[in-house]
Design a protein around this ligand. Structure first.
Ligand SMILES: [Zn+2]
Length: 605
């Protein structure tokens, strides 16, 4: 059987190190001189690898040094990526003429391929351009074996095979590229049948939408193929094994996502990004795609799709405010002019909060509102929104343009450079209201951060900050306990100490590790925000606090005297009130020792 012979040889090649495979090929093709070869120990993989790496480096710097043509460089890279290349595949592996006629001669000739052996278990296909993943996908779709092994071989070898092994009578019927071989049964014969990668990618995205996922990860599992699908739901990454496949190739899936994202499919060595819209009207989402190459081999890329839902479903009421917190929040945002900043790490819901605020202003219909964002996460009818275009429309450009267009309120996605801060300060002191976000851990830190952002061209003066900065809101998202299955438990003495309550019989609700069907056995559903808020205008001696450039602790102390509401208090309330999990509480404040103690205690119960 050709299959058995093929398998033996393929196994043998796979058992060799990549370095050795490259080395043998270079030797075979005469790229390494005999005397050089003699000085290398063939069995020392480390030395061989170093040699191959150096060789590749030299080639990339100057291909002429070894008189290597482009095709051969590609072959070497291909072998280096762990793929199989056999120069004389015709004699080494052998050809099963029946398998050969699985495709029409014309198809084989134009694509430069030859099916060497075939069974429902495994097929072995020789290809002259093994880096052509689109072609390999096409073959995989048509040849319905469990595994497909592609072996790279020179074009000349393919031509020889087609010439010498083609069976008479198996010539092409006109207009058909693929011959049905009924006894092989398992071959997919329909060209018009829907592309399976289309269907699979569709299913994955649909599932992401129905799970309300923020991100979908499709990642390669190993060199030989296979991929897994994970989704971020309510801030946590969950595996979706039913959507992945441990054996099917990832390449067609990635290719499909890249086509949708208007990215270059053939480019598999560098990261790319793209995007596409999906659905329309109220259910419309924007899908932003990022692709990343991996060490697993050429074409084994990971793709991540971020699902942006441009229609706001939240309002200030649903964000997670307690009644008095909402009053304070509205007080901060009711200033007629100045800068108000929302801070927190990426994914803490900053832009959702700002959009909820803007929605309220839009509803009043008496303001001209502009936003510049990167990306525009939500559509806001009634406001004029501009998307950042790197190198064309940056934050400061758009901001200056807004100032010429009679604005009342301007929202800038992020304060990330001196110029934006500078323009924002100017806008604020000339009577406009400016909203933006900043990456800081807490609300008082916005002052030293803004001061530190100034540079020689755009100086950030403390007195400007003192008069322009109105308020800051720091926020985080905590996971909400499933109301159907949450469990009551006693607080540990350590927890009582941290939470500032007397040790004793205080109980809280926490995650039920086995969950219930309502929460898909996760124990948590959705997230809720906690807030730290300060209205700087209420801080005593605010001007001198900023002008004297005091320490972070001193600013924080002054803010607390001015009535700042802290993140910790906000979270503590929600923990004791039974709405959030203790693990997300301790994670947020970096209290890992207590978290693991709680988990150990829960485990021993
Ligand atoms: Zn539940």
């Amino acid at each position: 059987m050709a299959n058995a012979v093929a398998n033996k040889h393929i196994e043998k090649i796979r058992s060799l190190s990549v370095a050795k495979r490259c080395y043998l090929w270079l030797l075979d093709r005469g790229y390494i001189r005999r005397d050089v070869a003699n000085s290398i120990s063939e069995d020392n993989d480390v030395a061989l690898m170093a040699f191959i790496k150096k060789f590749l480096e030299k080639i990339h710097k100057d291909p002429d040094e070894f008189r290597m043509n482009h095709e051969d460089i590609r072959i070497l890279e291909f072998i280096y990526d762990g793929e199989i290349w056999i120069e004389d595949v015709e004699n080494v592996i052998g050809v099963n003429p029946e398998s050969l006629s699985l495709f029409t001669r014309d198809f084989c000739k134009t694509r430069k391929i030859a099916c060497l052996s075939f069974s429902p278990e495994e097929s072995v296909i020789a290809v002259a351009e093994p880096w052509n993943y689109a072609l390999k996908d096409e073959i995989t779709r048509r040849v319905n074996s469990k595994t497909h092994t592609f072996i790279g071989t020179p074009r000349k070898t393919i031509e020889n095979i087609l010439q010498h092994h083609w069976i008479r009578g198996a010539e092409d019927a006109e207009g058909r590229e693929f011959i049905k071989v009924s006894e092989m049964g398992s071959i997919s014969s329909s060209r018009s049948s829907e592309d399976s990668s289309h269907i699979l990618v569709d299913q994955i995205i649909q599932r992401g939408i129905s799970e309300n996922a923020s991100d979908i990860h499709i990642e390669p599992l190993r060199e030989s193929g296979g991929y897994s699908v994970k989704m971020r739901v309510d801030g946590r990454l969950y595996p979706f094994p039913e959507l992945g496949s441990p054996s099917d190739p990832i390449e067609p899936i990635v290719a499909r996502v890249k086509i949708l994202g208007k990215m270059r499919v053939q480019e598999v060595r560098v990261p790319q990004d793209g995007g596409f819209p999906r659905g329309s009207g109220h259910h419309a989402i924007d899908c932003r795609v990022a692709s990343l190459p991996s060490v697993l081999g050429q074409g084994k890329e990971k793709v991540v799709m971020r699902l942006l839902r441009p229609t706001m479903e939240e309002s200030l009421r649903t964000l997670g405010f307690e009644e008095d917190e909402l009053d304070y929040f509205k007080d901060v945002f009711s200033c007629p002019n100045g800068i108000i900043l929302v801070t927190g790490p990426t994914g803490s819901g900053k832009s959702t909060t700002l959009h909820c605020v803007l929605q309220e202003f839009v509803a009043k219909k008496e303001f001209s509102i502009y936003t510049v964002e990167d990306p525009v996460e939500y559509r806001l009818p009634g406001a004029h929104q501009v998307q950042v275009l790197r190198g064309v429309v940056e934050f400061p450009h758009a901001f200056r343009a807004f100032l010429r267009a009679d604005p009342d309120i301007i929202m800038v996605g992020e304060m990330r450079d001196a110029e934006t801060v500078h323009v924002a300060l100017q806008a604020a002191i000339t009577g406009h209201l400016v909203f933006s976000t900043l990456h800081t851990n807490d609300a008082p830190s916005v002052v030293p951060r803004l001061l530190a952002m100034g540079d020689a061209n755009f100086v950030v003066e403390p007195y400007l900050i003192a008069s322009a900065l109105r308020g800051a809101v720091a926020q985080r998202l905590l996971e909400t306990l499933c109301p159907h299955c949450k469990l009551e438990r006693l607080l540990l003495p350590e927890e009582c100490k941290v939470l500032g309550i007397p040790p004793g019989s205080k109980k809280i609700f926490d995650i039920n590790p086995s969950g219930c069907s309502e929460c898909r056995h996760r124990g948590v559903v959705g997230r809720t925000a906690i807030f730290e808020m300060v209205n700087f205008q209420r801080v005593p001696n605010w001007d001198s606090v900023v002008n004297e450039n005091v320490s972070h602790e001193a600013i924080r102390k002054a803010c607390l005297e001015g009535g700042m509401k802290t993140l910790f208090d906000s979270a503590r309330r929600k923990l004791l009130g039974g709405t959030v999990s203790s693990r997300s509480f301790y994670n947020t404040f970096g209290m890992m020792t207590i978290r693991s103690k709680v988990e150990k205690t829960a485990g021993s119960l």
